[in-house]
Design a protein around this ligand. Structure first.
Ligand code: G4P
Length: 530
């Protein structure tokens, strides 16, 4: 990761990031404040209200609401201080780790939100590990400082020990809970005071010369001031100072303390992303790295979402632009099928509503409505046969067979299942022997989500049942060996929605045996999507 001063200004001003957190830490509230300051919404409360209006449209969404989890990811763009922020929403529930992983392939940085009273929670840790795999720079926001929270050093220690990352305080909280009055901004020597009376008011900032500035005593009660001075002195001794390069390399995270609901600390965090956050980074492909400033447009599909609008059976493919300057109508090559696509009606996710994108630059996320041609991992270019790497498909951990309650609907069911497979919502395997399908997911909740969506979106009631298999592995190797293997193992073999061969079993022992007896074959738990 690097900050590239030589990038064209339109690209250099882009920040594409995601927020990672444990449910309830305040991701929605923080997102809302981002949009508010980005001028994308007029009033706090709209994100939630809008979310609810959308949710009432389908039972599937209702389930999402009941469970308090967010199933559908989206992307939002807004401008802040001369910069274009692209915020990609990560699905929050652990059941959707694969989706989350893919989302994180589309961003250059992440904000980790933690609850000041709870510290690092399970889901935060999992998401953090995914970020680490990609060496993503992480900014930390310690939220809910208006409530009783843990001691500041304790919070910082926990992050350092639990996540094995250095933490550099960018601000230091003054008081806690009821007595929390604001923060001392360590990067700018400034006092930021929280306005408790008006939750949407931005903090009052007072510029100071340092902690010895006599002005401090006018705003901070003597006892709190003494504590602040002691703590900051200790922090400066014990904790690393903020180092932009170490941050970009993913070794150090700056932490801001605040209260999203009180709009406190949010602007400082946004300024942190603007100043230190990386601009669009080069992307890896099978043959070479693609630099964002390359004039030729390229991008990859990291998410496909079906039925965003129930009136249309269309899907929207979310594309992260890796390079170039895209203009509406640009003809792009769909690398997998080698077909030209005129992208006439792409959408840019400008906060409140989807708007038609007239132009977009490397780093932006655009949505391309399509009828199923675009799949996760697909590359779009101006002709070059690029294959972006690092977008994996994981072997499902749970398998169940699925049947339509009404046997007359079997054909329709196949269509529905294939669509969900392309969307990445599940793996669908068609066994070589017998009829029916086996569906594989990463988390158990996904079966319920699927059943509910199939019924709602296709009108097909279905039943999921225990499958005789528990593991799936993709089989690759020289063609004749694969054919020979297939001819004697038909009862265990199936094809996925791309037609690739999959070995199904309930015994790890089977997998070990095949690896031993067939050294030419590879049984793989992941498959790069392309
Ligand atoms: P999530 O998306 O990470 O799940 O969290 P969300 O923003 O929905 O926030 C979870 C709860 O925490 C919400 O309360 C929200 O109002 C509250 N919250 C967010 N930021 C702060 C903060 O800075 N201080 C305090 N004290 N609370 C905060 P809720 O009761 O679940 O929802 P609601 O009734 O407020 O909508």
């Amino acid at each position: 990761m690097s900050n590239r001063p030589d990038l064209p200004p339109e690209i250099a001003r882009r920040r594409t990031f995601a927020i990672i957190s444990h449910p309830d830490a305040g991701k929605t509230t923080l997102t809302e404040k981002f949009l508010l300051y980005g001028g994308a919404i007029q009033m706090a409360g709209q994100v939630r209200a809008k979310g609810e209006a959308r949710r009432t449209r389908s039972d599937f969404m209702k389930m999402e609401q009941e469970r308090g989890i967010s199933v559908s990811a989206s992307a939002m763009s807004f401008d802040y201080d001369g910069h274009r922020f692209n915020l990609v929403d990560t699905p929050g529930h652990s059941d959707f780790s694969e989706d989350t992983y893919r989302t994180l392939t589309a961003v250059d940085a992440a904000i980790m939100v933690i609850d000041g009273a709870k510290g690092v929670e399970s889901q935060t840790r999992k998401l953090f590990e995914v970020c680490r795999l990609r060496d993503l720079p992480i900014l930390t926001f310690c939220n809910k400082m208006d409530r009783e929270s843990r001691d500041t050093f304790e919070i910082i220690d926990e992050i350092q020990e639990n996540l094995a990352i250095d933490v550099a305080p960018a601000s230091w909280p003054i008081g806690m809970g009821r007595d929390f009055i604001g923060c001392y901004d360590l990067l700018n020597d400034r006092l930021d005071l929280m306005d408790r009376a008006d939750r949407n008011r931005v903090a009052q900032s007072i510029r100071l010369t340092g902690l010895d500035d006599p002005g401090l005593a006018q705003h901070v009660p003597a006892e709190q001031l003494a504590q602040l001075r002691d703590e900051v002195e200790m922090a400066r001794e014990l904790l690393p100072a903020f180092d932009p390069q170490s941050f970009l390399e993913g070794h150090l995270t700056p932490i801001w303390f605040g209260s999203a609901i009180n709009s406190f600390g949010v602007r400082e965090l946004m300024t942190g992303i603007r100043l230190f956050g990386p601009p669009p980074q080069p992307q890896n492909t099978a043959g070479r790295q693609v630099a964002p400033e390359e004039p030729s447009v390229s991008g990859f599909v990291f998410k496909v979402q079906a039925n965003m609008d129930p009136k249309h059976r269309d899907r929207v493919a979310f594309v992260r632009l890796a390079s170039g300057h895209f203009e509406r109508g640009t003809k792009l090559t769909h690398v997998r099928t080698k077909k030209q696509m005129a992208v006439g009606n792409p959408v840019l996710f400008l906060a409140a509503d989807r708007e038609l994108a007239d132009e977009a630059w490397a780093g932006d996320i655009i949505g391309i409505p399509n009828h199923g041609q675009l799949r996760i991992g697909d590359a779009l270019t101006e002709g070059e046969a690029l294959r972006f790497t690092g977008i994996p498909s994981f072997a499902p951990e749970l398998l169940q067979s699925v049947r339509a309650t009404d046997p007359m609907k079997a054909k329709h069911l196949e269509k529905a299942l294939m669509q969900f497979a392309e969307e990445g919502a599940a793996k669908v395997f068609k066994p070589m022997i017998g009829s029916g399908f086996i569906v594989g997911v990463v988390g158990a909740l996904q079966f319920e989500v699927l059943a509910s969506r199939i019924e709602l979106e296709y009108g097909i009631p279905v039943r999921f049942e225990q499958s005789q298999f528990t593991s799936a592995r993709w089989v690759t190797g020289p063609e004749d060996r694969v054919d020979a293997f297939a001819s004697v193992n038909k009862g265990h073999l199936a094809q996925d929605h791309d037609g690739d061969l999959v070995y199904l079993t309930r015994l790890q022992w089977d997998i070990d045996r095949i690896e031993r007896d067939h050294p030419d074959l590879t049984l793989s738990a992941t498959k790069e999507m392309m």
